[in-house]
Design a protein around this ligand. Structure first.
Ligand code: NAI
Ligand code: MG
Length: 500
């Protein structure tokens, strides 16, 4: 049975001071209230209590932010040398590192995730992403291209920044999503209007302060807090936004793609998943069991790449499912700010209702709840790590992205890689997959057959700034991180010169 260690330590120090201070929008280097004067609540998901209020931006604020981003793009930012941009980005990364504890605390307060994951994982990864893309700022170049037309020619391409980038991010990794979006945009020479998720604005507002502190010109990065249906929709439809980058639900991704048609702004989307974890019979089972558990329970399953369908060969199915279930039942549940916590709350009442609803659907449809499936929502939005078995392919727990700590275990009784891949590919999504085997031949062959943007072998949820990340099928458009991310924020101009 899961141990519950509910209590969170009292908030003290710089994070407490930041939470208590008034929150505004960052527009053109100034902190301003929403033009409407409206504010919205930030809730601690481990207690369901309001911890702060932030400005609620609307269309009028979006207009002001886009104007500021445009002015910075046409003005000081376009005159800055690539090496100067790189230095500022590197300084920003150092400034993030310098307040690691404060950012980790804000992140775990508003998101609920275990503080150690924030402190040792997400905050350092956020800083590293800025450093990685700082390196790219000085290495973005076109090509000289020989052509076959008669006469003397000199032809080349330039890679120019797309312009003003609007970026809408979710609440599951509030800080690293910010970095994945802003860092390549700045390296490419774009300016940014960022809208954090309404559930997790605090970390983005704190990092917003650092941009001015380290010397970015006003308006290069603007941060507006507010809701998706209002501020987010206004950004997606805005005629003076050149590019929109989004991470979140597939449904909203489709809305954004539609809204972007007005001025045909460039669109990149990183959407949902229903990623398979596939355990072959020769796998190192201790490693596979720990890996399959972490694939789904890390971040309370609130990962677009969560390993939510666990396919296991019949020969080892019982042992793997028992192992994952035992691991699930042993996890300590509590407030993210408590350093003992391994499983925090879900982000919100809405997600709590959604995830518990899926578990109920599974029960009703006749699936077996092997472990977990309990919830307590009065004082925080907690769901115990859950393993479901005896599912059918048509059940909602198999078809839909649950986005919670809920994994469906599915046995397979074949060594035919095409048959294994067919089951794994039986989904509208295609973000990631993990394969667990000691046989490199099998691993490479199956990696080629599974339709997903990232294939992990003997690991899951592994990201590195240098590795491109994104989705096949309805998991999205475009690739973030790696050199590919720069393609999202640059456009190619061809120059053809007839030499006299
Ligand atoms: P969402 O897609 O509604 O929200 C993500 C971001 O989009 C937030 O900043 C939100 O304000 C914004 N947004 C919402 N509606 C918008 C609109 N009409 N126009 C422009 N921006 C808009 O996701 P939500 O409601 O928080 O979660 C619902 C489901 O989405 C989750 O259960 C999960 O399945 C999926 N999700 C996937 C994520 C991923 O990493 N791929 C992250 C968060 C959610
Ligand atoms: Mg939503």
């Amino acid at each position: 049975m899961n141990v519950h260690i509910h209590a969170a330590p009292k908030l003290v120090g710089p994070a407490a001071a930041f939470v208590a201070a008034p929150k505004k929008l960052l527009i053109g280097g100034q902190w301003v209230p929403a033009l409407s004067g409206k504010t919205t609540e930030v809730i601690d998901p481990s207690s369901a209590r309001v911890v702060a209020h932030v400005a609620e931006a609307d269309k009028a604020d979006v207009d002001a932010a886009v104007k500021a981003a445009r002015a910075a793009f046409e003005g000081p930012w376009s005159r800055m040398l690539p090496a100067e941009r790189a230095k500022l980005m590197w300084k920003l990364a150092d400034a993030i590192d310098a307040i690691t504890d404060e950012l980790a605390t804000l992140n775990s307060l508003e998101n609920g995730k275990p503080i150690n994951d924030s402190r040792k994982g997400e905050v350092p990864f956020t800083a590293e992403t800025f450093r990685y893309f700082a390196g790219w700022a000085t290495k973005i170049n076109g090509e000289q291209i020989p052509i076959s037309a008669p006469g003397d020619w000199h032809c080349y391409t330039r890679r120019e920044p797309v312009g003003v980038a609007a970026q809408i991010i979710p609440w599951n990794f509030p800080l690293s999503m910010l970095a994945w979006k802003i860092a390549p945009a700045l390296a490419a020479g774009c300016t940014v209007v960022l809208k954090p998720a309404e559930q997790t604005p605090l970390g983005a507002l704190r990092i917003g302060e650092l941009f001015a502190e380290v010397g970015f010109p006003d308006g290069v990065v603007n941060v507006i807090t507010g809701f998706g249906e209002t501020a987010g929709a206004a950004l997606s439809a805005h005629p003076d936004v050149d590019k929109i980058a989004f991470t979140g639900s597939t449904d909203v991704g489709k809305l954004i793609a539609r809204a972007a048609t007005g001025n045909l702004k460039k669109v990149s989307l990183e959407l949902g998943g229903k990623s398979p974890t596939i355990v072959l019979p020769d796998a190192d089972l201790d490693v596979a069991i720990a890996g399959a558990a972490s694939a789904i329970f890390f971040n309370m399953g609130q990962c677009c790449t969560a390993g939510s369908r666990l396919f296991v060969h019949k020969k080892v199915y019982d042992r793997v499912v028992e192992g994952v279930a035992a691991g699930a039942a042993a996890m300590r549940i509590g407030a993210g700010l408590n350093p003992e916590t391994e499983v925090g709350p879900l982000i919100s009442r809405e997600q709590f209702d959604k995830v518990t609803g899926f578990i109920e659907d599974g029960r009703r449809d006749g699936a077996e709840i092997v472990t977990g499936g309990e919830s307590f929502g009065e004082d925080g939005f907690f769901v115990t790590p859950t393993v479901i078995a005896k599912t059918r392919p048509d059940m909602s727990v198999i078809r839909e992205e649950i986005f919670g700590p809920v994994v469906c275990a599915i046995p397979f009784d074949t060594d035919d890689l095409d048959a294994i891949a067919r089951d794994a590919n039986d989904t509208a999504f295609g973000l990631a997959a993990s394969l667990w085997t000691r046989d490199l031949g099998l691993a490479h062959k199956l990696a080629a057959k599974v339709k997903a943007g990232t294939i992990w072998i003997n690991t899951h949820n592994f990201n590195d700034c240098a590795l491109p990340f994104g989705g096949f099928k309805q998991s999205g458009w475009g690739r973030e991180l790696g050199a590919q991310a720069l393609d999202l924020y640059t456009q190619v101009k061809t120059v053809a010169i007839r030499l006299p």
